[in-house]
Write a protein that binds this ligand. Structure first.
Ligand code: SF4
Length: 301
């Protein structure tokens, strides 16, 4: 494999503390007590454990409260279009497969307007880490139903209670074949930091669903205190993360149980899109026309 295909070569390059990965901008935009502060802390801790050089780190996001995350991380950053963080991150990683790329966004960004893109990032197995800060509500636009809102939820757009079933993000990504799938919460920061670190280290598409409460528009049962009482590690139920079918079975309880940890980790990571594209490029380059003769193909046709 081409040496350029190793984002991991930029790990253990710096001896930074989590605070060294903080951007000078502070997340004052977020409401006091928002779960996203915990997600940011978890990410900063994970980056410090990785020792990744910020010059080789790219944070990409869509639109929403959670999509402000890259602003606060010492890295290159792209705050893109609603639901389009995945395609942008795909382009970044194809152009520079040696960089570590972390994508973040909310449940609406990922599974409503961006829902169609997630499946394609998974089937291509782009080597990025996708963090969804799932709070079951649209916070930025002041509390409308999101694709993961539970049935019966009363919001400004569902005054009498929603009669739609939520999308299950865990089953969605598992059934499309994501090779690394985990779920965490800021109610368990050490566990959250460890799974983000593992996701970034994983050589392929890594999906991390984080139950990150919205204190302003979210439900009582979704808040940190309630999560501490409900959460259950997958280790405690004897789950083997090599077993995708068992992972799918456990993922069915999304919305009722709060399992934390790694649902699935493919022990034989499939080839990434980037590695195959570069391999093809290498194979074809031997017989490729010089760039200035490329239009000849069309002239001959
Ligand atoms: Fe967080 Fe909700 Fe406030 Fe947005 S509206 S910053 S999600 S608490």
């Amino acid at each position: 494999m081409n040496a350029i295909l190793q984002p991991h070569q930029h790990f253990n390059k710096v001896d930074f503390k989590p605070k060294d990965y903080k951007d000078e901008k502070t997340p004052s935009f977020w409401c006091a007590g928002c779960g996203h502060y915990g997600v940011l802390t978890g990410l900063l801790r994970a980056l410090a454990e990785l020792g990744v050089d910020p010059n080789h780190l790219v944070s990409v996001s869509g639109i929403g409260c959670s999509s402000r995350l890259p602003y606060f991380v010492n890295s290159y950053k792209m705050h893109t279009l609603h639901g389009r963080a995945g395609p942008v991150a795909t382009g970044v990683h194809l152009a520079r497969p040696d960089l570590a790329v972390v994508v973040s966004g909310g449940d609406g960004d990922g599974f409503s307007i961006g829902g169609g893109h997630v499946a394609h990032a998974i089937r291509r197995n782009i080597d990025i880490t996708y963090i969804v800060m799932d709070n079951q509500i649209y916070g930025l636009t002041k509390g409308q139903l999101s694709p993961t809102s539970p049935r019966g939820l009363k919001t400004v757009t569902s005054l009498y209670g929603s009669f739609e079933d939520p999308i299950n993000p865990l089953m969605y990504v598992l059934s499309y074949g994501a090779p690394f799938v985990a779920q965490g919460t800021p109610a368990d920061l050490p566990g959250l930091a460890a799974m983000i670190e593992e996701g970034i280290r994983y050589p392929g598409f890594a999906f991390i669903n984080i139950q990150s409460p919205c204190v302003t528009y979210g439900e009582e049962e979704a808040q940190i205190k309630a999560q501490r009482e409900r959460m259950k590690t997958l280790d405690s139920v004897g789950h083997d993360p090599k077993n995708r079918l068992k992972a799918l079975d456990l993922a069915q309880s999304y919305g009722t149980e709060l399992y934390t940890g790694v649902f699935f980790r493919d022990p034989k990571p499939p080839p990434t899109f980037e590695s195959q594209a570069l391999q093809r490029q290498k194979e074809l380059s031997a017989t490729a026309r010089p760039r200035e003769r490329i239009l000849d193909l069309f002239l001959q046709a």
